[in-house]
Ligand binder design. Structure first.
Ligand SMILES: [Zn+2]
Length: 487
């Protein structure tokens, strides 16, 4: 089967045929987390979206080098060039070494990724591990005349860059508007122009994270690391760069400028951006009181959550919406996702046990085509899920004896559904919870006892009752049947 994968490129604002630079190799770079606090649910959505993209590219047979960085220095409070480093603030508050903060939240991030079954990237580079390469890139940008040094800091010269390049090509911002909208500097910074951004910042006496450089002791600007690490591991021109849409400006716009100031040509062929998360129609934010963590979502320990939802329920819920659309969390939608996920997994358990017949009511080729068409259309997971549910419905109807399936179609269906549900969409079978399990076990025991009674085997039915009582489980018999409780 030929696969014509199309992706929505936020740089050209068009859906384009995906053509790798050096097929079957694909380079994929995704901006990772800044590890100064617990991972936000919005981040989980972003990384789950790129997990699907990675998984599908691998499924199509591409050899993907997936790079996702860890930002452990340079991301300042307020996302601008002034203020303290987010990690240093946390370290000071908790009286920790900055690298302790980094390690703690990196571990936490990995745990959450595993919880939601997101695959690890091929390379997970850190900003502090690439200080030398960052200094080298600053030197190159200076050499090419797109940066200037003032008092131990180096700034990117956006005005100079705009003479030959289009600063704003990704975000759609216009340099003239940026220039007229920016407030005057009043001598507060060393920048020539407010639109310029820091490549290297001089470290004050109090600054905890600091390195020697040709311009004195300092630390790298936030945007620099991604230019450096994507180029180092994927080359000066690579296939896909992704991230949350809030990173488009200034972060990704600055990345493009840095890359182009070093080497000619487009650094990235396809830019992919994921949309944000809302709760009951409102943006998820700490100030709104609706910013629950991934753990709270699983345990249900938050006023807005009516119950806990399993990680695969959350994954199912996330994939019911396209990555480029906003996703709204509500208890109703999550409960529906819980049912949908269970029905899908149950169908997968039923499928191998289905009886086969000569005649098949299943159109396998059409089904396979619809699965691939959905994913080839910019990784459209909601459409794919609806196609999978046509097959789920079919499986239940065959089980009910309403229609039939042939041996060949049953085998093909099993292979294809396993590939799409587990490999591409990244679902896994969840083990039943302790409560579900004890409920299930007790139902089996009560059924056995009922059968014993029906067969007038009162010795067995009494023995079951007495032995359960010894472990503090009491059976109550009534006309409606038997119930149990722990005393
Ligand atoms: Zn980045």
């Amino acid at each position: 089967m030929e696969h014509k994968l199309t992706v929505y490129n936020t740089l050209t604002r068009k859906k384009e045929l995906f053509t790798p630079i050096n097929s079957p190799h694909v380079g994929l770079y995704v901006c990772g987390p800044t590890v100064y606090s617990d991972v936000h649910l919005g981040n989980v959505r972003t990384f789950t979206s790129f997990d699907i993209i990675y998984r599908y590219l691998v499924h199509l047979g591409y050899k993907v080098r997936y790079v996702r960085n860890i930002t452990d220095v340079g991301h300042l409070v307020g996302d601008i060039d002034e203020g303290e480093d987010k990690i240093a603030v946390k370290a000071r508050l908790e009286n920790l070494e900055p690298m302790e903060v980094v390690q703690r939240y990196t571990n936490g991030f990995h745990e959450v990724m595993q919880l939601f079954n997101n695959l690890p990237p091929s390379i997970e580079p850190t900003a502090t591990g690439h200080i030398i390469e960052q200094i080298e890139m600053v030197e190159k940008i200076l050499e090419n005349g797109f940066a200037y040094e003032v008092n131990g800091s180096v700034y990117f010269d956006v005005v100079k860059y705009s003479e030959s390049e289009n600063y704003g090509e990704l975000s759609g911002r216009k340099i003239d508007e940026l220039l007229s909208n920016s407030r005057s500097l009043d001598g507060q910074t060393d920048k020539r122009n407010p639109v310029d951004f820091a490549l290297w910042k001089k470290a004050g006496e109090q600054h905890l994270m600091r390195w020697n450089s040709p311009w004195g002791v300092g630390f790298p600007g936030w945007h620099l690391e991604c230019s450096v690490m994507s180029t180092k591991y994927l080359g000066e021109n690579f296939d896909i760069h992704g991230g949350g849409m809030d990173l488009k400006f200034p972060h990704h716009e600055c990345e493009i400028a840095q890359n182009k100031a070093c080497a000619s040509g487009n650094p990235v062929n396809y830019w992919l951006h994921t949309n944000m998360l809302t709760v009951n129609g409102r943006k998820m934010a700490k100030s709104e009181g609706n910013g629950f963590t991934p753990e709270q979502l699983v345990t249900g320990d938050h006023p807005l959550l009516e119950q806990g939802y399993s990680p695969m329920t959350v994954r199912f819920f996330m994939l019911q919406s396209h990555y480029s659309n906003t996703l709204d969390f509500s208890n109703e939608a999550l409960k529906a996702a819980e049912k949908g996920y269970k029905r899908m997994i149950e169908a997968m358990d039923i499928l191998p046990k289905l009886e086969v017949s000569e005649k098949s009511d299943f159109e396998f080729d059409a089904f396979a085509k619809k699965c691939y068409d959905a994913m080839n259309d910019d990784f459209n997971t909601p459409i794919l899920l609806s196609v999978i549910f046509e097959a789920v419905k079919f499986i239940y109807r065959v089980k009910a004896g309403e229609i039939t399936v042939s041996k060949v179609d049953k085998e093909g269906l099993k292979i294809l559904m396993e590939a799409f549900i587990f490999d591409v969409l990244g679902f896994r079978k969840e083990v039943a919870s302790q409560t579900d399990m004890s409920d299930g076990l007790m139902n089996i025991i009560l059924d056995l006892r009922k059968n014993a009674k029906v067969n007038k085997d009162f010795a067995t039915s009494d023995a079951i009752r007495d032995q359960l009582k010894e472990i503090n489980i009491v059976i109550k018999d009534s006309r409606e049947g038997s119930t149990w409780e722990v005393i």
